[in-house]
Design a protein around this ligand. Sequence first.
Ligand SMILES: Cc1cc2nc3c(=O)[nH]c(=O)nc-3n(C[C@H](O)[C@H](O)[C@H](O)COP(=O)(O)O)c2cc1C
Length: 368
Amino acid sequence: MSSHERLLSPASLGAWRLRNRIAMAPMTRSRAGAGGVPTSLNTRYYAQRAGAGLIIAEAAQISPEAQGYLRTPGIHGAEQIRGWRAVTDAVHERGGTIVLQLWHVGRCTHPENRLPGTRGVAPSAIAAPGRIFTPSGLLPMPVPVALDRAGIEAIVADYGRAAANALDAGFDGVELHAANGYLIDQFLHSSSNLRTDEYGGSISNRCRLLRDVAARLAERVGADRVGVRLSPFGAFNGAVDDDPEHLFATAIEGLNPLGIAYLHVINVEVSGDRNAAHASVDAVAFARSRWRGSLIAAGGYTADDAEEELASGQADVVAFGRPFIANPDLVERIRSGRPWAEPQRATFYTEGEAGYTDYPAADPIAAI
Ligand SMILES: Cc1cc2nc3c(=O)[nH]c(=O)nc-3n(C[C@H](O)[C@H](O)[C@H](O)COP(=O)(O)O)c2cc1C
């Protein structure tokens, strides 16, 4: 008998009944087809992982302007909706539940990676640190255009449409990507938001876009089909703040009244790149003490750590990222106690089947 009874037990989360408390964390894999359209390869990848209680499918751009990286999928066009429909059908046929993460990268982009005529936008005209992969190699990310009020309203509308598109594509709900230094997170942080209007300045103002977008998603698809992902105390993509404890307390408490399905908190940045002054803060415990709804915890969990997190009441569901890359049958491995295969970093973002759909299940009969 598995010693991970809590992880393997069903859960009610928002509108969904999950068959276990093991979520697949959202992971960009850069294998969408032309025009950001999901293909049969993507369908196979998600179908292989349908044993998860909840799949949070990789971040998908809500508009052409929202794209930052090469070969990421979209959720703004008819072909993209059709492509995703095959993915959601395959996961549902296998008894799974799947939501889509909605993405606007803000300043983390490059003109070579977007459609011609689109702009890189952000709360303020401050470039993201670091460089980004483009067809011409690694290049610095240019200074973005600071959004005006009309631009902000258009983006809130894009989020609403993208959420409706996701439901049309058969997803069971959506997760707002408000983590890891992308657009919503750029508005939250003092280092990237120097605005003087109602979307900048005070912490409450910097949290306004997060609340506006989460409320719009809830309005479009129902609060019980919406999750929000935050990365408190991370520093990925230059998301740093003068007072992150006050900032994230305000961000989390501001979402409480919406009654959404879950808050998803990343405990450790995948890059290990944390805000040094707050490296010792446990982001999950921090969120748990302020959040009144269901909580998904992510970041560096083993099955034993995850079971402990559930037992202590810190989290309701635990999300696994990299373990799901190399172990399509992760739930079965947790059930049977079989060892986990190690993912190969070199193929995280490359094209084709290698390092994507060719990791075998431990029990070949279970392989798809
Ligand atoms: C290849 C890769 C792609 C990722 N893409 C996303 C993404 O699209 N959205 C997101 O919120 N997090 C993304 N992450 C972060 C993961 O969701 C997760 O938080 C992180 O890997 C830590 O969990 P783990 O230790 O279980 O892997 C990505 C991580 C990896 C390794």
